[in-house]
Structures are given as structure tokens and as C-alpha cells.
Design a protein around this ligand. Structure first.
Ligand code: FES
Length: 569
């Protein structure tokens, strides 16, 4: 038996405590040799019927188990909190850090030597990785994989992105309510995550680009048999990783984070990747800030997938997926270790592109310099972000008058008023949707275009808020303004009619109001009272960091890898 494996202190003791742990586990039919010191692999599962995007994870867990047994390990599956993006109120992001706590404490408290993280829906991937990083055992991710392409009347439908387009078309009288309702079933016709390049597929692709999952994890459809084979191979590999003591901190270096930022630009990936990468880096102790996202600024858009392009994840997979994109980016990527123990180049050196309309080449990209941009200025001293690849080119340099919604209730009550004093040049401003204000920083930053403007043919406007937006959303949307309004950031002081100047080329976001006027307004400002007075939500409001720090809870930053020594029996 290994002297160093963690499970020895749970299952290797020939005393009362060892008896109790082994005996109770044996009630599931595990034989004596399961406890002979072989690597114990925890399969951390976010399967839930309330997280439909993760509904295939039970099957994948069985495939991982086969791989673990085959490689001489002992697999044990355990559930953790699941986060159904489309099902949870007020927002799944409120609970990302709670999932991370669940994962961290579960991994630490049980006698496991390595972990396989089964996630997929938006917040499950970062939440699981953040928690696992704070324990820092050998760990690999297996993602749910995307749904098959949506289909309706012979056309492809992209989850999230097309819902927004159709909802606007109904508002404009260009689509019937019956057709709108008909698309509902065609949009989601298999297990898996949103099949646009939303946050879920962004994160599963970035996990691959960071070397934390096996190659092809990002794009293989959920129902493709090759994803089950990937899960099986992951079960094989995690056993060897435990033997090699190849931990998360050995893999997730600054270079890997930079590779993720570069890949995200080429993928047209989600703005949510910013808060998740920042939070994850904080867990591992990597010095990553918004300034580091500049490594992606000049990277062109290569992947022609919604919401930045027209295809869907199934098409992306068949065109070559993440390995083909990494192959294109090879001169930009940093040398970095992966779960296979070697360099990331092994993931793409034999990769090919099979469809140049889906994956463009670096010399001839879909859009130049398309990485997420960080904006700063007196309206966002600690930064804000915008996604140029999903924005309107003519609005990336824009000055216009603000129309302010004080909170989400104000927006919902008034956005479609016929007498709303807005035109196509107005900049819509939404306050009170930052990490503390909402709380949870919901995906409402892509405010709907006011009905009166939709009827005039307006389909995009500059929008500014301290909120996030869905990875499936699009438009000239400036997000994550920090500090948020509810802690007294300058956003709190904006009034309707103020002029705002946005320059994406300069990286600036300025409120064109005299400082003395703002000071006067500040004297009369007070935050909205908190929406929660107890429980986890209160803990969250009291301790959450701002968006530019990843919106983790302040006491969860960092890790604790000390052995657990105290006994309960
Ligand atoms: Fe779960 Fe999009 S809602 S992945």
C-alpha cells in the first residue's frame, strides 16, 4: 500500500476507524480489494433533473467508473449542488460560490485521492473547478457536451441566441406567437448544454485549452458515443495522475490562463469567462487581473458560431473543434502542461480543420482583433468589459445621452412604454445588478431594445450596466462595470440625459459630467437596502468581491491543502 496516498487515512487503518469506514462502504457490495490502497477516485457529479443541461452526466459517470476500474482505481460517485441556469432564481451565479464550497468540502472530507468533475451548465464548470482548486488534488473535467443543433421548419436553431431574436421579432410583429411557441421543442431536442458558443461551451472549450480535460472535451455533442469514450479514457487517466501526483496547481499556471484568454477570443467565447477565470486564478494563487485579458485583444475571431457567427457546436465539432482552433493559434499559445502530463501542443499537433466556413484560418479570419476588451474611465474606474465580436461595429465608438433604469424592476416596468424618451442613439444604463446589488450579478446586461425602437427597426443600442449577460447573447453591451452601483461606484451617480462616451478602440468609458456635479450627487446617494437578511444570500452580499476580482467570496480566495487529521468516531 502507498504510504503517501490520501485514502490511507480513511481506508488503510487496521483499527476501529478503518473498520467503520470500510464496513459501511461494503454495504454497497464493494470487495475487500477495493480498499487495498489503490487510488480512490471521487466522481463529483452535478447531475440533476433541475439542471437539464447536465442530464447526461449519470451515463458519463458510469463510463468514467469503467475507466477507473480498468486502470486499477476505485471509483466513488458523489453528488454536489447543481446549478440549472435556466431554472434558478434569482440567478444561478448567486450559487456558483456555494457549489464551489460544496465541492471543496466534499473532496476534502472524504478519503479520495483524485477527482473527476462532471459539469456542463454555465456555472457548474467554474464552480466545480474553483472548489477542487482549493483542495488541489489530481483532477480532470468531463463536460456534458452540447445539445444537437436545434431544428425548426428546416432551419437550425441556436439555444439562447435565437430565443432573443424571436422574442424581438414577436415584439416587432414579424413572428407569430404560435411560431414562437413551436420553436420551443425544436430548440432543445437532445441532452446537453446550449449548442451555441454560450458560457457552457465556452467553459468546456477553455477547460480543454487549459489542459484540464482531455482533447475534444469542448465540442463533442452530449449524445455522441465518443463523449462516453472520452469519459472512459478520463477514468483511465485520473488513476495515473494520482500515481504521478499531477495536481491542479501543476497544470493551471499563468500560461494556461493566458492560453484560455487567447482561445476565448478566437472562439468568440462568453464574457462570463472573465469572472470565472479571475475567480479560479484567485483559488490557485495565480496573479491574474483584467489587464491580463489584453493578451486576447488582438486575437481574431476564427469560429463562426452563434452568437458571434452563424453555426452551432455540432458543426464546430465536425469541423475539427477546439484542437483545430488551437492548431491555428499555435504561434500565439504558451507552452503549458496538461492532464496528460505533456505540453498543450500534443492536443493540436495532428489536428485538422474540415470546414473553413466554420473554423477560419488565422491569416484569413472571420473578424480581426475580436478578443474581449476591457474599458476603463470615470464610469468604470476598476474596469468594464465588452465583446466586440458580438457587437455592432458602428456602435463601438459612440457618444450619446443616458437613459437610466435604477434597478431591474424599473427596467421591466418601463422598457416598453410608448413614451419612453429614447432614440437609437440613447445609451441604456441599468444599475443595481452587480454582485451585491441584485445579488448574484444576473445576466440582464443585454437589456431588451425598447418596443417603440424595435418597431422602428432598431436592433442594437449601447447598453451599460454592472450586470453580466448570457454567453448566448449579443449586442453592444458593456458589462461588469466596477465598482458596482450598490457599493457607490460612479455608475450609481448617472442620471438620464447625462452624456456617456464609449471608445472601444481607446478602451475608455467616460461619463461626461463635471466632477463637482458628481460630488454633489454623491452627497445625496444611498445604497438600496439589501434584498436578503439571512442565510447564504446574506453571507454572499456581505463577502462577495467585485466583478474585477471574479465575484468570489472574500474568505474563499486561496486554498487549504493541509491534511485532515481529526476523527469523528
Ligand atoms: Fe445550461 Fe445554457 S442553460 S448550458
Amino acid at each position: 500500500m502507498s504510504k503517501t496516498r490520501r485514502n490511507r487515512n480513511w481506508y488503510g487503518m487496521m483499527d476501529k476507524d478503518g473498520f467503520i469506514r470500510r464496513s459501511w462502504m461494503k454495504n454497497q457490495g464493494f470487495p475487500d480489494h477495493a480498499f487495498d490502497g489503490r487510488p480512490v477516485i471521487g466522481i463529483c457529479n452535478t447531475w440533476s433533473e433541475l439542471t437539464p443541461c447536465n442530464s447526461g452526466l449519470r451515463d458519463l459517470a458510469e463510463a468514467v467508473k469503467r475507466g477507473v476500474w480498468e486502470a486499477g482505481g476505485f471509483p466513488v460517485e458523489f453528488p454536489v449542488m447543481s446549478l440549472g441556469e435556466t431554472q434558478m432564481k434569482p440567478t444561478a451565479m448567486l450559487f456558483r460560490n456555494l457549489l464551489a464550497m460544496d465541492v471543496e468540502e466534499s473532496i476534502r472530507a472524504y478519503g479520495i485521492d483524485g477527482a473527476v468533475l462532471l459539469g456542463g451548465c454555465d456555472k457548474t464548470t467554474p464552480g466545480q473547478l474553483m472548489g477542487a482548486a482549493s483542495v488541489d488534488l489530481p483532477t480532470i473535467v468531463v463536460s456534458s457536451g452540447p445539445m444537437l443543433n436545434g431544428k425548426w421548419k428546416g432551419k437550425d436553431l441556436g439555444s439562447g441566441t435565437d430565443v432573443r431574436k424571436f422574442a424581438t421579432a414577436v415584439k416587432a410583429g414579424e413572428m407569430t406567437l404560435k411560431d414562437f411557441m413551436d420553436t420551443e421543442s425544436g430548440m432543445s431536442r437532445s441532452k446537453g448544454v446550449c449548442m451555441t458558443m454560450g458560457t457552457a461551451s465556452t467553459m468546456s472549450s477553455l477547460v480543454e485549452a487549459m489542459g484540464m480535460a482531455l482533447p475534444t472535451n469542448g465540442a463533442l455533442p452530449a449524445v455522441d458515443a465518443r463523449r462516453a469514450a472520452l469519459a472512459h479514457m478520463t477514468g483511465n487517466r485520473i488513476v495515473d495522475m494520482v500515481k504521478e501526483d499531477l495536481k491542479i496547481s501543476d497544470i493551471m499556471t499563468k500560461e494556461n490562463f493566458e492560453n484560455a484568454i487567447i482561445a476565448n477570443a478566437a472562439l468568440g467565447g462568453s464574457t462570463n469567462a472573465v469572472v470565472h477565470l479571475l475567480a479560479l486564478a484567485g483559488r490557485i494563487g495565480i496573479d491574474l487581473s483584467l489587464d491580463d485579458f489584453e493578451v486576447g485583444t488582438e486575437i481574431p475571431l476564427l469560429v463562426n458560431c452563434m452568437p458571434s457567427g452563424k453555426y452551432l457546436m455540432e458543426d464546430f465539432c465536425y469541423a475539427g473543434g477546439v484542437p483545430a482552433v488551437l492548431q491555428e493559434l499555435k504561434d500565439n499559445l504558451r507552452s503549458a502542461k496538461t492532464v496528460l502530463g505533456g505540453d498543450i501542443s500534443a492536443y493540436y499537433e495532428e489536428a485538422e480543420c474540415y470546414n473553413r466556413d466554420v473554423i477560419y484560418s488565422l491569416p484569413s479570419p472571420l473578424k480581426p482583433a475580436a478578443g474581449l476588451r476591457v474599458l476603463r474611465g470615470n464610469l468604470a474606474p476598476n474596469g468594464a468589459i465588452v465583446k466586440p465580436s458580438a457587437a455592432s461595429d458602428n456602435l463601438l465608438e459612440h457618444t450619446g445621452p443616458a437613459y437610466v433604469f435604477e434597478n431591474i424592476e424599473d427596467l421591466k416596468a418601463n422598457i416598453d412604454r410608448d413614451d419612453l424618451p429614447v432614440n437609437k442613439d440613447t445609451i441604456l444604463v441599468l444599475k443595481g445588478c452587480g454582485p451585491k446589488g441584485y445579488p448574484g450579478m444576473p445576466e440582464v446586461g443585454d437589456m431588451p431594445i425598447p418596443a417603440k425602437l424595435v418597431k422602428q427597426g432598431v436592433r442594437d443600442m449601447v447598453r451599460v450596466s454592472d450586470a453580466r449577460m448570457s454567453g448566448t447573447a449579443f449586442g453592444t453591451v458593456i458589462l461588469h462595470v466596477a465598482p458596482e452601483a450598490n457599493v457607490g461606484g460612479p455608475l450609481a451617480l448617472v442620471e438620464s440625459g447625462d452624456m456617456i462616451c464609449v471608445s472601444v478602440s481607446d478602451g475608455s468609458l467616460e461619463l461626461l459630467v463635471e466632477e463637482a456635479v458628481l460630488e454633489e450627487r454623491r452627497k445625496h446617494w444611498s445604497p438600496e437596502p439589501p434584498h436578503y437578511e439571512r442565510g447564504y444570500a446574506k453571507l454572499y452580499i456581505d463577502t462577495v468581491l467585485q466583478a474585477d476580482k471574479g465575484a468570489d467570496l472574500n474568505f474563499l480566495v486561496g486554498k487549504d491543502t493541509r491534511p485532515v487529521t481529526r476523527e469523528s468516531h
